[in-house]
Ligand binder design. Sequence first.
Ligand code: PLP
Ligand code: CA
Length: 304
Amino acid sequence: VSSRGCRRLRSSQIRDLLDTKHCVLFDCDGVIWNGEKAVVGAPEVVSLLKKRGKNVFFVTNNCTRPRESYVQKFSRLGFKGVGQNEILSSAYCSALYLRDVAKVQGKVFVIGGDGMYKELRQAGIPFVGGESDAAGVTISDCPLDSDIKAVLVGYDDKLNFMKLAKACCYLRNPECLFLATDTDPWHPLREGRVIPGSGSLTAALETATDRKATVIGKPSRFMFECIASQFAVDPARSLMVGDRLKTDVLFGASCGVDTVLTLTGVSTLEEAQSYRDSHAPEEQAFVPDYVVDTIADFLPALED
Ligand code: PLP
Ligand code: CA
């Protein structure tokens, strides 16, 4: 049984750890807020980290909002002075990928919503999406757009069978790119309710097309590359704080960044320990370096 990873951090250790870091990456839901409620102490932690000269970034797989709406949410929840350039969402990074990496020439067929549409529009990417099922029209007699060069799938609470069927038709063309904002399986709501995440829609398309989507959000490294291309960040001097082992901790591990699991979200200490104690080598990437109950545990180390 290995003893590495999952180290519970005490205040003095947090101070020593932060002294070695110049950049802190925070996942959003389950770490700094839960839905519309800030995690107690999170706004202070973010402010104090910045006051100490740390670069702070927010890395979220939630593709349902454009970055300007995150700026408003930060402010509404009591976080002061968080700007767009500190926020990396899977919708924004998908638009950057299509524009700067894939350099897609043509239109993108989108399964998603307003957050994705806005980011694509701002990046100047032509797209189609947002159609509803027209009564009586089936996939056999609906027109397909010959200019579609990519399918982007994300969270879509207006998903319908026609959208899935169209996406499948476009993906028959092996030259048509297949992108997913993220592969999050589900998300917790209040009182034990859950919603299926983008990953469950991606899985439907992967099954139907026998193809694998290129994933933009965590755990893919692309969001870190987006930060690194704009700011001087050294992975060895960065820290990733997340609540989901298979998303955030794997992301940090893949980017060479130390990871902190915070217990205010999805994953539990027991899951982290069972990955640590597992004999499957591929599960070691889910083991966080450190564990805290909440990021408010950073406060004593930041206050004088
Ligand atoms: N995607 C959707 C649709 C969500 O509702 C959420 C969380 O609420 C997420 C993704 C996960 O976001 P994060 O990466 O900030 O935890
Ligand atoms: Ca999260």
